[in-house]
Design a protein around this ligand. Structure first.
Ligand SMILES: [Zn+2]
Length: 208
């Protein structure tokens, strides 16, 4: 009885897809910068992430290496400035390869207002439609996100696009000049398509 119950629960969670570990430098100095950022923007003096939200992004560029190098450089954000530099936990390349850059218990700076609770997933590309239309890339994205949803008990409605950040119930920004800041990547209409595909994948895993 107990074994059957455990088996049922295990089967209900989407399997972990193949992930290539390609870490960016994230040592004590960058962690201290992240903790100072979290203090200023969220009132939390810590770099430790407790994931409740997944934010989908696209890089706005055509190559994985350009995105990885930019995140590894820890340069101040080009638009808003300040340290630490931007990063994301994952980058999904156009061929569907999933790279992980940062451990999942470490905050990354990828979405103003949500970095204290959000895992960031970048997709190499320049529009929502381009990624939704790339079979290998969107399959990997959905498989990764489905696994993370199960792993951290994240609600599907909290899988959002960067452009939806301001309407998240988790949005918090103590620094007033940034209180309404967001980006154009992954708008609601495209995320509705994404979430429908994600729900279908998760339901398919539950049935098997
Ligand atoms: Zn973004």
């Amino acid at each position: 009885m107990f074994a059957a119950l455990v088996a049922a629960v295990v089967l209900a969670i989407a399997p972990k897809p193949h992930v290539v570990w390609k870490p960016i430098p994230y040592g004590a100095q960058r962690k201290a910068e992240m903790a100072a950022y979290a203090e200023k923007h969220y009132g939390i003096h810590s770099w430790v992430l407790h994931p409740k939200v997944i934010v989908e992004h696209y890089t706005g560029s055509d190559s994985f290496s350009a995105a990885w190098n930019s995140f590894a450089s820890n340069a101040p954000d080009g638009e808003l400035g300040g340290l630490p530099g931007d990063c994301a936990h994952f980058i999904i390349d156009r061929d569907g390869t999933i790279y992980q850059l940062v451990h999942l218990n470490v905050m990354c700076r990828h979405t103003v207002g949500l970095n204290y609770v959000a895992i960031g997933i970048e997709h190499v590309g320049t529009s929502d439609a381009e990624i939704l239309g790339d079979p290998a890339q969107i399959r990997s994205s959905l498989e990764l996100t489905a696994w993370l949803v199960g792993r951290f008990h994240i609600k599907i409605r909290n899988v959002i696009g960067h452009n939806e950040s301001l309407s998240s119930p988790y949005h918090r920004e103590l620094y007033k000049p940034w209180a309404h800041q967001t980006h154009a990547d992954w708008k609601r209409a495209d995320m509705d398509v994404y979430r429908a595909k994600l729900r279908a994948l998760i339901d398919a895993n539950r049935r098997h």
